[in-house]
Ligand binder design. Sequence first.
Ligand code: ATP
Ligand code: MG
Length: 215
Amino acid sequence: MTDRSTDPLAAPASEPPAAPGAKRRAPVPKQKRPGPYRVPKREDRHGLLIVNTGDGKGKTTAALGLLLRATGRGMRVGMFQFMKSVAINGEHAAAERLGLEIELLGAGCTRGKHDTTQDRALAVEGWARCHAALAGGAFDILVFDELTFPLTWGWLDVTEVLAAIVARPTGTHVVVTGRDAHPALVVAADLVTEMRVVKHPYRDRGERGQPGIDW
Ligand code: ATP
Ligand code: MG
């Protein structure tokens, strides 16, 4: 058995004897309750431009996690999803319960489509809604999910979009997600994370996405 004289981390063999006459009380563990926490006023906070990009999974998931955290702080949050047209994902059901505002802006998948006129028009309309929400100043955090695609494809003008983001009301955080973030977006951002795929069951084994994990 280890001895405390040689091993300071070893458990004591037995309770040390109480001093004669001393009244011993069981130690009361300190209760560490989170104190009241107020989100700093708009003017006192640094509104970040956050970009989640890269080929690996987790860009949208991370943005949703951030919205969950901010909702817990009583902040008003919203997510606009480019490309998506149908609310079938778990996040949409959760959003209803938690009071997160998620708006769909797209016409679904564009892969293999020859005529993308309508998708392009929807992206332009969608960005107008994002811009209005941003400039309106009612939101503490706004996520523009998959905004990188209409920017990369030239459906939206990157200079105009960036100008609107830069001119946003003080203290507003903006999160942009999607693969292949435009270099200008990366330069303008305060926080950029690149998800890198190491393994993915869909890519490696042809497995399909699963509810709760992918949608
Ligand atoms: P998620 O929404 O799960 O956080 P994401 O936003 O990082 O994923 P997207 O490019 O929007 O990724 O793709 C969404 C879907 O594609 C998800 O179902 C995700 O599991 C899947 N996916 C993401 N990365 C890969 C990959 N490298 N190979 C195959 N499928 C992927
Ligand atoms: Mg995504």
